[in-house]
Design a protein around this ligand. Structure first.
Ligand code: PLP
Length: 417
């Protein structure tokens, strides 16, 4: 009953993975931390019975690497949120993405990737692992380029992330799923922006979903973890064999922290979502701001799709300042007092990260915008600053941003080296 998808996601978040009563009829509220390496069996027959169930694809534990009741509780919560039947926990979000891709492709096969994905996908997974194992990959911009022109006879997977990293382009996941499936390929989606619950990619046609639990599910910037999720049993068997070969394991302590974080995800996300829209509107009204990238703003090109496919907003936006140099982007970030400079996001606190034109060199949407500036006789933009708007008072945050903009404006406009 508690895992029923007929319940509102907020209700499911609070009840999924709750431990059952023991023989005495009592139970803790949240799943206890169960640590082990060796798993004991009451008899050889019982051990063999569990082995048979595991070989059939069931997540039962024969050994510490298979996890304990703590891991099962977190997997149940993740499956309930995403409408999945299978979940695998990974030591990081990147590890979950690697697991998914390695489960689906073999040498000589091709993965088609949307061009605004999280940077380690092109620059770690594709450029090192794929290159070494002879797996092909190419990129396209689904907002301007028909996918059909980029699918190859050997394309096995379309890999997408929506909204995109850095500039938050909202993609039409149902359309990508239809095109991939018509081609006999699978669709894998990174659902980290939505924290696994503001969008349900599997309901929109995705076959495999990866999520960095490091971000909002953990929610307190104190752990690393990822998850891969699937609905289909045959697909799950392919993933399980790769999972076992990679030998991934996460600690029960970390799994428990993620589950604990998930219980308050709806209230945290509601405040992140309110704060980010307030900060975005404040920025839009500032004379020094050229553009704010944030799909929750009605002026954002992705707004209509975001409204169609998402049930809320996280705390992310990127801001482009009017002719700031790279030095000024850094000066702005350095001058912030309440925002730490740092990668990642999804904790309770506010963060800022300058992202330069160079870092966006493989981003086709950004490059196109730069060309348009050139044609209009404008200097190229030095880049953006990505903000993670935390749970602080929003007036304090905008005052902090205001004084940092002022300091950056007063920075001598030395040319970037
Ligand atoms: C952070 C992030 C990841 C990777 O998660 P880690 O736990 O840091 O490895 C993957 N995808 C997106 C969109 C992310 O933001």
């Amino acid at each position: 009953m508690t895992d029923s998808r007929t319940l509102h996601p907020h209700t499911r978040l609070l009840h999924a993975g709750q431990p059952g009563f023991n023989n005495e009829g009592n139970a803790p509220v949240n799943a206890p931390i169960v640590r082990t390496s060796t798993v004991r069996f009451s008899s050889v027959a019982q051990m063999d019975a569990l082995k048979t169930r595991r070989q059939a694809g069931e997540q039962v534990s024969l050994y510490g690497r298979h996890g304990t009741d703590t891991h099962r509780a977190l997997e149940a919560a993740l499956c309930s949120l995403e409408g999945a039947n299978h979940a695998w926990l990974a030591p990081s979000g990147v590890a979950a993405i690697t697991l998914g891709l390695l489960s689906l492709v073999a040498p000589g096969e091709h993965v088609l990737i949307t061009d605004s994905v999280y940077d380690p996908v092109p620059h770690r997974i594709v450029s090192t692992l794929f290159a070494r194992f002879g797996i092909e990959a190419s990129y396209f911009d689904p907002l301007t380029q028909p996918i059909e022109e980029h699918l190859r006879p050997n394309t096995r997977v379309v890999y997408a992330e929506s909204p995109g990293s850095i500039l938050f382009e909202v993609l039409d996941i149902p359309a990508l799923a239809r095109a991939a499936h018509a081609h006999g390929a699978l669709l894998m989606v990174d659902n980290t922006w939505a924290a696994g619950y503001l969008q349900a990619p599997m309901d929109l046609g995705a076959d495999l979903v990866a999520c960095a639990l490091t971000k909002y599910q953990g929610g307190h910037s104190d752990l690393m973890q990822g998850a891969l999720l699937a609905r289909d049993d045959a697909l799950a068997r392919r993933v399980l064999s790769t999972y076992e070969a990679l030998g991934y394991a996460v600690s029960a302590d970390d799994a428990s922290l993620v589950l604990r974080g998930m219980r308050t995800l709806p209230v945290r996300m509601a405040q992140h979502g309110r704060n980010v829209i307030e900060v975005a509107n404040w920025l839009l009204a500032h004379p020094q701001v050229e553009r704010v990238y944030c799909p929750g703003l009605p002026s954002d090109p992705g707004h209509a799709l975001w409204k169609r496919d998402f049930s809320g907003h996280n705390g992310l936006l990127s801001v482009q300042f009017k002719d700031f140099s790279g030095l000024q982007l850094n000066a702005f970030s350095d001058a912030l007092q309440l925002h730490s400079i740092g990668a990642s996001w999804g904790g309770y606190e506010s963060l800022a990260l300058p992202v330069t034109d160079k870092a966006l060199s493989s981003h086709q949407g950004w490059q196109r915008a730069q060309k348009q500036r050139e044609q209009a006789g404008l200097a190229p933009s030095a880049g953006v600053v990505r903000l993670h708007v935390g749970l602080e008072d929003v007036g304090d945050l905008t005052a902090d941003i205001a004084q940092a903009i002022e300091q950056a404006v007063n920075q001598p406009r030395a040319r970037q080296p």
